[in-house]
Design a protein around this ligand. Structure first.
Ligand code: KIV
Ligand code: ZN
Length: 508
């Protein structure tokens, strides 16, 4: 019989530890809802004690996201576990995930405690977490550089104390697949009470082996995988959810194991993570990269035309990648618009639908063919749940050879209109300097990215910017057929997010 592998998604916790990937509370909720649609079993929604933003996100995800178990990370410390419980207590399905390092390297240099003391803290804190909740997970951090006999002792002791999941992390991405599989096998065969717990694995990708290590662990008895969408995470990232899921599904004959993931939601989840974090997926990344299903070579194309399976081991449709033909145009009405949005997974409130529809009509006037990708850009641009302090009313930018790039921008700030003209080293720079002057903001532009959404010179262009001000970071997006307008929208969107965070709503 095929084994079921649980998917523990940590995009919102370990994924958020990627440099530059911080998300605000609303973005975390949006992503958590998508993870629920994707069918993950557990969502690690954050690290409750680490910031007020994380605490609020865990609490609200617990209240608003149906389906998966909601989990908070906690160090093996009483105050961490108490805070995790506070954030989780109203969630219908909850888990506390506590961890302590077990390797001599960490115990000697970082914690400066003995193995005995680390064991005692781990057991005591699992016991404390169990006083709140039945579902407790324990991770012996840096497990792959831990003395194996001691590791087995810790695993047995925390299970005896009530941990129902033991997660074996390759914290620094050091393990080799054969070796990691053998470690899981040892845990499975030598820990006396292992039948009372789920064996989970959590692999980092420092040597590019995270997915290989996880698959080897599954072959040797692991039944839970900790992973992230697009493989984002600390340093080189974590095991990528989409890769492990599709490897199990495509090679069921080899693994005899599968997950409950609705794989048709993969591409949408991947794009949402890119949009929210601003971290782009490399084009040749397996499963979700732009080239993952693109066949360039003539020989391959010839084979594919004759029989798909000649060069395709997965169907693009299986990850939700459907080549859409023209879906809507300027004569399409509100009904058709709403229906199409529903088909691609968006159910909007009347207010959001009205805004999105108005925007669609304007786009359909400019651009003959409106594709699903355009609709997705409109949704992410128009449907925001952050109160806008700054509103872009109008924009005019001029540049050319021998002309000083100039921008005239009109904005509404807290109901008051202001219009100014400024200059810069190019149109975008002139627009950004003028907006900064009007809004009286001093943020630093950390990143600026432009992407064409669909083909053709009339395509919607999507701009992503990352701003930083006073240690707070925000990612903004804007889409328009005019790239300068898209740039201005992205900048204003990021400024609104920074403003929202300044008011104490975001991660500190
Ligand atoms: O990489 C790691 O060891 C972790 C633990 C907290 C599980 O993220
Ligand atoms: Zn990790």
């Amino acid at each position: 019989m095929s084994r079921t592998i649980k998917i523990f998604d940590t995009t919102l916790r370990d994924g958020e530890q990627s440099p530059g990937a911080s998300m605000n509370v609303e973005e975390k909720i949006t992503l958590a809802k998508q993870l629920a649609r994707l069918g993950v079993d557990i969502i690690e929604a954050g690290f409750a004690i680490s910031s007020p933003g994380d605490f609020e996100a865990i609490k609200r995800i617990g209240a608003e996201v149906e389906g998966p178990v909601i989990c908070s990370l906690a160090r093996a410390k009483k105050e961490d576990i108490d805070r995790a419980w506070e954030a989780l207590k109203d969630a219908p399905k909850k888990r506390i995930h506590t961890f302590h390092s077990t390797s001599d390297i960490h115990l000697k240099h970082q914690y400066r405690i003995s193995r005995e003391e680390a064991l005692k803290r781990s057991v005591d804190m699992v016991t404390h977490a169990r006083s709140y909740v039945e579902d407790v997970e324990f991770s012996p951090m840096d497990a792959t550089r831990t003395d194996v006999t001691y590791l087995l002792e810790v695993v047995e002791a925390v299970i005896a104390a009530g941990a129902s999941t033991v997660n074996i992390p390759d914290t620094v991405g050091y393990a080799m697949p054969e070796e990691f599989g053998a470690l899981i096998k040892e845990i499975k065969t030598r820990v006396k009470n292992i039948d009372k717990a789920t064996i989970s694995v959590h692999c980092h990708n420092d040597l590019g082996l995270a997915v290989a290590n996880v698959l080897s662990a599954i072959r040797n008895g692991a039944t839970q995988v900790e992973c992230t969408i697009n493989g984002i995470g600390e340093r080189a990232g974590n095991c990528s959810l989409e890769e492990v899921v599709m490897a199990l599904r495509t090679r069921k004959d080899f693994f005899n194991a599968d997950t409950g993931i609705h794989s048709e939601e993969i591409i949408r989840s991947s794009r949402l993570v890119t949009k929210i974090t601003g971290i782009q997926v490399q084009p040749n990344k397996a499963i979700v990269g732009a080239n993952a299903f693109a066949h360039e070579s003539g020989i391959h194309q010839d084979g594919l035309l004759k029989e798909r399976t000649t060069y395709e081991i997965m169907r693009p449709e299986s990850i939700g990648l459907v080549k859409t033909n023209l879906v809507l145009g300027k004569h399409s009405g509100r009904h058709a618009f709403r229906d199409r949005l529903k088909e691609i997974g968006y159910e909007l409130s009347d207010e959001d639908l009205n805004r999105a529809f108005e925007r669609f009509k304007r786009l359909a006037d400019q651009k003959k063919e409106v594709f699903d990708e355009d609709l997705e850009a409109i949704i992410s641009d128009e449907v925001q749940h952050i109160k806008e302090v700054y509103i872009l009313k109008s924009l005019r930018a001029e540049s050319g050879t021998g002309v000083t790039p100039t921008a005239t921008v009109e904005m509404e700030i807290n109901g008051k209109s202001d219009k100014q003209t400024g200059h810069g080293d190019g149109q975008v720079d002139a627009v950004y300097k003028t907006i900064a002057a009007i809004t009286n903001t001093k943020s630093k532009l950390d990143a600026y990215l432009v992407k064409g959404i669909t083909g053709g010179t009339d395509a919607l262009g999507e701009v992503t910017v990352k701003l930083e001000e006073g240690g707070k970071k925000a990612t903004g997006h804007g889409a328009d057929t005019d790239i300068i307008v898209a740039s201005a929208k992205a900048y204003v969107n990021a400024l609104n997010k920074l403003e929202y965070w300044k008011k104490g709503k975001g991660k500190s």
